[in-house]
Design a protein around this ligand. Sequence first.
Ligand code: SAH
Length: 249
Amino acid sequence: MSGWVAVAGLGPGADALVTPEVTEALAEANDLIGYAPYVARVADRADLVRHASDNRVELDRAAHALELAAAGRRVVVASSGDPGVFAMASALFEALEAGPQAWRAIDIRVLPGITAMLAAAARAGAPLGHDFCAINLSDNLKPWALIERRLRLAAQADFAMAFYNPRSKARPDGFARVLDLLREECGGDRLILFARAVSTAEEQLRAVTLAEATPEMADMRTMVIVGSSRTRFIEGASRPILYTPRWAE
Ligand code: SAH
């Protein structure tokens, strides 16, 4: 069987942030599967079959990739950022586990990418330079109460925090509750970074305090990073610089 599946991360947006390994897999692929905006980021080629789908059909998409590979096709499943971070790699393995035994013989590779959290942190200095955690603020796939519990415990443990999927049109109110909870746990002086569309032409960075933060500062293209109690802001630079020292006490 010569088919394979590569679950590949396209990085945050810029071509320069796509790894050579991912570029190579894309060049060898017969089929490209993914959420439509991610598929659109890959240059067209006459012999590449594109399967763009809606955001909410991850398991169908994963099973489709495995079916194609089992039939001998070379398949790339594309995610933005890294495929293992709130993305398709887990969905693929969930489909593999639930699927026919024969699928387990398929050559499956996960090709890492630069996740939005790291791209955003790099643009703003080094806010994740000490212990941190990453939380997906969407309650599409988990109860809201679990999000609140994790936020509260992470704040109490004094982690810096990186938030994916902070706010969408379908969930306009959740992020306002997140900001309230954080002000309660961390106080109004805590630093918060809004990094939108990092590494694209629309990139926008904004660093404020929790007291100044409003829900409208975030949308679905924004990565939100909240500093720990040690995170510092350097004044007077041409861009906002935040960093978290390498030590804690
Ligand atoms: N697998 C992706 C994350 C998918 S969840 C990764 O590793 O980056 C989608 C969320 O990622 C968005 O809602 C946003 O919070 C964040 N995101 C993705 N690309 C981004 C970018 N270029 N700039 C800022 N945030 C981004």
